[in-house]
Design a protein around this ligand. Structure first.
Ligand code: CAA
Length: 248
């Protein structure tokens, strides 16, 4: 059987890299979407370093906040590699601030990258998935979309919104062989978490029953599980990977 094609937005980041690797190990042809303000050199260096470690990934530029840029990205993927069967909406940012100090820019940037992106990217793959009768859409949300987080009104709103999107779209495409699910990691050992203010992270780790951060591969594993052909009866779910920090 022809390898299924997987697109991972934010594929060169901490969680993104682990997701790409797990999908590769599952036998998928993996394309990492990147933006970084159009800085291709970072993505190329990432691609080379992955190749040296035995992972062959394609890279493609796409600004997930821009509908037209996403249309171009999906056209390019379609022409060069084929139609996307597995989409992992993973691109995300933080702009933490207490709400009373939060600027309109901090609010809008986070909503655009973390939430508008779901529309901008998914819109260009959904009809093809419906026509082919197969699709896996996995949205990377966060524990903080489930429980809220002091200093993250923007991020918590966007991440909670992602799961609303998951549940609505899951209903619309369930009969077409497409599953749509959310994964909600807790605090993962990535660059994003390492940038938290000194002291804040220690306080959070103290609240985690497992007593440590998640490893990116622990998230990649769950994404690959949801992407598997056999995971065909799981849809509209939200799988928490948070070391027990939030149980509900
Ligand atoms: N609960 C209650 N009070 C808190 C608090 C908390 N969690 N964090 C800070 N405060 C209090 C401080 O004690 C201080 O109180 P006083 O004024 O009485 O002294 C006050 O809030 C500080 O408020 P400021 O408006 O001055 O805010 P600040 O500039 O100090 O920054 C903050 C506050 C933005 C919340 C900062 O502490 C921060 O960034 N915290 C981390 C937030 C966080 O968890 N981000 C997750 C990033 S990783 C990620 O998002 C990945 C993922 O999916 C999990």
């Amino acid at each position: 059987m022809k390898k299924r094609i997987a697109l991972v937005t934010g594929g060169t980041g901490g969680i993104g890299t682990a997701v790409c690797r797990h999908l590769h190990d599952q036998g998928r042809r993996v394309i990492a979407g990147y933006s970084r303000g159009g800085d291709k050199s970072f993505a190329l260096a990432w691609q080379t370093s992955q190749q040296e470690q035995g992972y062959d990934f394609e890279i493609v530029y796409g600004d997930v906040t821009n509908y037209q840029s996403c249309a171009t990205m999906l056209d390019e993927i379609g022409t060069q590699y084929g139609a996307v069967d597995i989409l992992v909406n993973n691109a995300g940012i933080t702009r933490d601030s207490t709400f009373r100090k939060m600027s309109p820019e901090q609010w809008h940037e986070v909503i655009k990258v973390n939430l508008d992106s779901l529309y901008n990217v998914t819109q260009h793959v959904i009809n093809g998935m419906i026509e082919r009768g197969f699709g896996r859409i996995i949205n990377i949300s966060s524990i903080n979309g489930q429980k809220g987080q002091f200093g993250q009104a923007n991020y918590s709103a966007a991440k909670a919104g992602m799961h609303g999107f998951t549940k609505a779209l899951a209903q619309e495409v369930a009969a077409k062989g497409i599953t749509v699910n959310t994964v909600s990691p807790g605090y993962v050992a990535t660059e994003m978490v390492s940038k938290m203010p000194p002291g804040a992270l220690e306080k959070i780790v103290a609240q985690i029953p497992l007593g440590r951060l998640a490893e990116p591969r622990e998230v990649g594993h769950v994404v690959a599980f949801l992407a598997a052909e056999e995971s065909s009866y799981i849809t509209g779910a939200n799988i928490a990977i948070n070391g027990g920090q939030h149980m509900f």
